[in-house]
Write a protein that binds this ligand. Structure first.
Ligand code: 6PG
Length: 242
């Protein structure tokens, strides 16, 4: 019988304290994975919320307590824009973290965009990921954000990605954002050992309440499970304490 995952919700006074808590989890899980199997596979979330965490990880003490030489970083989703574009999740992660820590360049798995169609980009990225993660050896940690509409990664409400049950990475046209996105799918996300939602701000309190009370099962973020631990890192505001 499939082992039930554990949901761990923690509430922090503000976004900075939340980022410190998430940084601590990454220190613990990265050292554990490298001791056990010599590699730590981490998928980064996009959007604005993780920026504080990324900036913290690029500073001591976290910077010196993560075995960067053995860390492989991927991106849970990407906007279909050039890696130099302001909206690029890759650019945000490089500028706020990855260009400041001793992670080998070959261990940064950016979603290929240039000179590719969205379909080719998604197919190529899945092939790249399958060299590092397998069904038996999934991501050690996947970071996720959530929108006010309950979307996560680039899986939006009513999206065709909601029913994808084979491909690990898929291209999708997101009408709400008037752009193509490349996104992890649930078959890849939900087999991760650990998943951590980072959610801040008053605007997200209603959707957090719906999902964590079990009334929001239709929302994409509610369909996220994990192999072992599903963490919800919330600040007071997104937890509705106001
Ligand atoms: C993206 C994300 C997306 C994000 C949410 C929350 O590329 O935009 O991966 O799923 O996590 O939209 O975004 P904010 O953190 O900016 O609120």
């Amino acid at each position: 019988m499939a082992k039930k995952f554990v949901t761990i919700k923690t509430v922090w006074p503000d976004a900075l304290q939340l980022a410190h808590a998430a940084a601590h989890l990454i220190v613990v899980e990265s050292n554990k994975a490298v001791q056990q199997k010599g590699i730590f596979t981490l998928a980064l979330s996009g959007g604005s919320t993780p920026k504080i965490l990324f900036q913290l990880l690029a500073q001591v003490p976290y910077k010196n307590n993560i075995p960067w030489k053995h860390v492989v970083v991927a991106f849970g989703d990407e906007r279909f824009v050039a890696p130099t574009h302001e909206d690029s999740n890759y650019k945000m992660a490089m500028d706020s973290l990855l260009s400041h820590v001793p992670i080998p360049k070959k261990n940064i798995l950016a979603i290929p965009i240039l000179q590719l169609t969205p379909l080719a980009s998604a197919k190529l990225y899945e092939a790249q990921l399958r060299k590092f993660v397998t069904a038996k050896n999934p991501f050690d940690l996947v970071l996720l954000g959530m929108g006010e509409d309950g979307h996560t990664a680039s899986i939006f409400p009513k999206s065709e990605l909601l029913t994808e049950d084979k491909r690990w990475v898929k291209e999708v046209w997101v009408a709400e954002k008037n752009m193509h996105r490349i996104s992890f799918t649930f078959p890849l996300i939900n087999r991760a050992k650990n998943i951590a939602f980072l959610v801040t701000g008053y605007a997200k309190a209603p959707i957090v309440k719906k999902i964590l009370s079990g009334r929001g099962s239709a929302f994409p973020a509610a369909k996220v499970t994990a192999a072992e631990n599903l963490y919800w890192f919330l600040d007071e505001a997104s937890n509705g304490n106001f």
